[in-house]
Design a protein around this ligand. Structure first.
Ligand code: HEC
Ligand code: HEC
Ligand code: HEC
Ligand code: HEC
Ligand code: HEC
Length: 491
């Protein structure tokens, strides 16, 4: 009995092979799929068990081997149907099937053949499904976006890892789910990443890259400025470049304000994104300065502020050069935050990686960071040599007695460099500026510098108390800290 079953199944397999062999095209296709299948299954199991963190591994499985497997299958089917060679035995032709069905002894064999092929079909469908779903999911991972195109995306990947949004995946911000059909958005998302790779591969990437720019709906999946209210206290410590690395404090009462919710009126900084009025703006040709601002107020009245004396109202719907202000016009770097050298070192000192007990460490560190290096590897070596030899020559006691602190500090300075500067992509200090404050007259001061006025002379306000109350500006022991902390001591 067992032998019989074995016999039938072996003839069945023989038949199947014969059919495939009747077409060279089909044979080639099935050989390809047959070779890839076991590798694919084993790799997929490894990947699901989390054994393979490497982004190239995922790419290889889902974006290379998966499609090859499917192409092989498709070729086999097409081969059987359309590219039969002369000696076709025609398992799939009508006459053959009729013949088989009309011969009583053969009927069971055909039935078994049908069972076998249904089983194989089901198995294949399963594999195809798993591969497509995993492949699709894989393109959504931070690892795919950030590491696969390693050099190109490295600056964005590293800054993302160190930002408040490090747990928000790339596609959550960069693919707009509301942009029409779900699938369309997804396809364009993948396209975006590749077009970034192949088309707009400038070093550094020229920003803003319009196709990657999130819109306000993206931010509002998680944040709702119309729910904000009141002001917030911002405390920021920094270190002076003196022998003691003196700590100074900046304290601002930031008028974060609100977009206005129900009965509460929009006010403060988030007044700009209130649904009750709209702020549009026009930039100069090079895009650096804002020449005209149009405010449509809550009562529908139109107010034009201009810095050039041209008060004509820009017409038409909002477009690239006549933009409706949204979150991105202030928060252009919510996650790819590139710090200035001083800030980067302050951060490592606050984290304790660089000890403030090392005399002149702030000054020496910032000096070392500011030099130009050809690659991160070179930078790390050169920075270490430079800091070490400076302490050896100028602070021999520190060099001997605080060696451990010094070597930790050197590592910290290296990190401050490699988290912010990417010579391979020509990303240097200041390549990607933030528009959130008013460094070098940019940011808010593109409109709030006191030069934008209406024809009647109303100026976009620019008093130092408009956006924040400056309670301390880089001060040592400011009175406000004693007030805030009382006699518990300043921490
Ligand atoms: C919290 C939202 C958010 C997340 C998460 C995010 N980005 Fe961005 N990304 C932005 C914004 C905002 C911009 C700047 C857009 C502008 O100025 O036009 C940007 C810009 C970019 C740019 C253009 C270059 C630049 O720096 O302006 C690239 C490339 C990029 N992101 C890649 C990534 C990658 C890769 C990840 C994941 C590792 C990621 N982004 C995660 C919000 C995000
Ligand atoms: C998937 C949810 C999500 C999305 C989308 C998102 N954020 Fe956030 N954002 C967060 C969370 C969570 C935090 C708080 C992180 C923390 O405090 O560690 C945060 C923090 C912030 C902060 C405060 C940062 C700080 O220094 O404390 C700002 C500003 C911000 N987001 C702006 C944006 C902007 C602008 C966008 C759109 C481009 C955006 N976010 C998109 C979840 C999100
Ligand atoms: C006019 C410029 C401007 C616009 C437009 C703007 N913001 Fe802000 N936002 C700021 C400033 C300035 C702060 C406070 C400084 C900081 O967080 O570093 C802030 C703070 C925040 C914070 C942190 C608030 C907190 O309480 O900690 C979030 C979140 C945020 N904004 C989200 C958004 C979102 C979402 C939008 C768009 C709907 C938006 N902002 C539009 C300037 C702006
Ligand atoms: C595109 C131009 C533009 C930019 C950029 C801009 N603002 Fe404004 N802002 C305006 C206009 C216009 C007004 C309203 C002036 C008026 O009503 O006379 C305004 C008003 C304000 C107000 C007063 C709101 C109220 O309570 O009535 C605050 C606060 C403010 N801006 C903060 C900021 C901050 C902070 C930034 C940068 C992060 C910034 N703005 C960037 C155009 C701008
Ligand atoms: C239109 C709004 C606006 C006006 C007007 C304004 N500022 Fe600011 N200022 C900001 C914002 C927003 C930040 C925070 C930037 C950040 O979070 O990085 C800031 C930050 C600062 C800081 C802290 C800088 C640091 O080291 O972090 C100081 C000091 C300061 N402002 C002083 C002033 C003074 C002095 C004036 C008047 C000449 C002024 N500001 C006018 C919006 C404004």
């Amino acid at each position: 009995m067992r032998k019989q079953v074995l016999d039938t199944s072996s003839t069945l397999i023989k038949d199947l092979i014969k059919t495939l062999a009747s077409s060279r095209v089909a044979m080639a296709g099935s050989v390809i799929s047959g070779v890839v299948l076991p590798v694919l299954v084993i790799s997929a199991i490894l990947d699901m068990k989390g054994g393979a963190e490497n982004p190239y591994f995922g790419f290889l499985i889902y974006m290379v081997m998966g499609p090859i497997f499917m192409a092989g299958l498709a070729t086999a089917v097409i081969g059987v149907l359309f590219f039969k060679d002369k000696e076709a035995i025609g398992l799939f032709t009508l006459e053959y099937i009729k013949d088989q069905l009309s011969m009583p002894g053969r009927f069971t064999r055909v039935r078994k053949l049908i069972y076998l092929s249904s089983f194989l079909m089901a198995l294949t469908t399963l594999v195809v499904l798993v591969v497509s779903v995993s492949g699709y999911k894989y393109t959504e991972t931070v690892s795919f976006c950030g590491q696969f195109c390693h050099v190109v995306m490295e600056p964005e990947y590293i800054t993302h890892q160190n930002s408040p949004h490090s747990r928000v995946s790339c596609v959550e911000c960069h693919i707009d789910e509301n942009a029409g059909l779900f699938t369309k958005a997804k396809v364009s998302g993948i396209k975006q990443i590749f077009s970034t790779l192949f088309n707009s591969f400038d070093r550094p990437l020229k920003t803003p890259i319009k196709s990657l720019r999130p819109n306000r709906n993206v931010c509002e999946k998680c944040h709702r400025p119309e729910m904000f209210h009141g002001a917030k206290l911002y405390l920021k410590d920094s270190y002076l470049p003196d022998e003691k690395n003196t700590v100074v404090r900046t304290v601002l009462l930031m008028k974060v304000g609100s977009g206005g919710y129900r009965t509460g009126a929009a006010q403060g900084i988030h007044w700009h994104v209130s649904p009750n009025h709209h702020v549009y703006f026009q930039s100069s040709d090079d895009g650096d300065s804002i020449t005209k601002v149009k405010l449509i107020d809550h009562d529908g009245s139109e107010i034009i502020f201009s810095s050039t004396g041209d008060y004509t109202s820009p017409k038409g719907p909002a477009s690239e050069d006549f933009r409706l202000m949204d979150c991105l016009d202030c928060h252009n770097r919510p996650t790819h935050i590139f710090l200035a050298p001083e800030e980067a070192i302050d951060q490592k000192m606050i984290e304790g990686l660089i000890s403030s007990e090392l005399p002149f460490i702030k000054r020496q560190a910032v000096e070392a960071l500011r030099l130009e290096y050809s690659s991160q590897t070179e930078a790390l070596k050169a920075i270490a040599v430079r800091i070490e030899s400076w302490y050896r020559d100028n602070e021999p006691r520190v060099y001997q007695l605080q060696w451990e602190q010094l070597s930790r500090a050197i590592a910290g300075i290296g990190r401050a460099y490699s988290e912010n500067v990417f010579p391979e992509m020509n990303v240097d200090w200041g390549t990607y500026g933030s528009t959130l404050g008013h460094r070098q007259g940019g940011g808010c001061f593109r409109c709030h510098e006191g030069n934008h006025r209406t024809e009647a002379g109303r100026v976009i306000p620019n008093g130092c108390d408009l956006c924040h109350v400056v309670l301390a500006d880089h001060e040592k022991d400011p009175a406000i800290m004693n007030l805030l902390y009382g006699d518990k001591g300043v921490k």
